[in-house]
Write a new protein. Structure first.
Length: 158
């Protein structure tokens, strides 16, 4: 469906309206209503900031449209984002087991110093005691949590 936006003195008034609604209300599209193109909110990258939750309405190549303002993070914002990941990591249950993991700044996530091995039918977990991946026992039926110190599944029910 086509959208239009009301303008006065070269500025937008209110929000866009559907062409069908304008025709129903006015019998046609009034001259002071101009074509409008809706632009979806962009997906921002890890180190970008969306300046506003709402777009600005701007005239682009003769057509009114949504314009989203996205900017790169400042060095201070990047450092704060990285520290937030490190802080959240440190608060995880069993964080003691993952002290060797490091921040991948490009992906803004913690990663092991050694990639996880992949072998058919085997489950590997990070062993902080060895600072390496280690084959782990399969999880038994029921409610269990993995105890990294004992390297075993422990029943939640005691």
């Amino acid at each position: 469906m086509n959208l239009y936006i009301q303008t006065e003195n070269g500025q937008t008034v209110n929000h866009p309206a559907f062409e069908d609604n304008l025709i129903a209300a006015f019998g046609g599209v009034p001259d002071h209503w101009k074509p409008f193109v809706r632009v979806e909110r962009p997906t921002i990258d890890i180190y970008e900031v969306l300046e506003s939750e709402q777009p600005a309405y701007q005239l682009v190549d003769g057509v009114w449209t949504d314009v989203w303002s996205v900017r790169p993070m400042t060095d201070e914002e990047k450092a704060a984002a990285q520290q937030a990941v490190r802080n959240a990591w440190a608060l995880l249950p069993n964080a003691f087991n993952f002290t060797a993991w490091v921040l991948d700044e490009a992906a803004l996530r913690m990663v092991p110093p050694i990639p996880r091995p992949v072998e058919e039918g085997k489950i590997f977990r990070w062993s902080g005691a060895d600072n390496n991946w280690k084959e782990a026992p399969a999880k038994p039926e029921g409610q269990y949590i993995f105890d990294f110190a004992q390297w075993a599944w422990v029943s939640v029910n005691g």
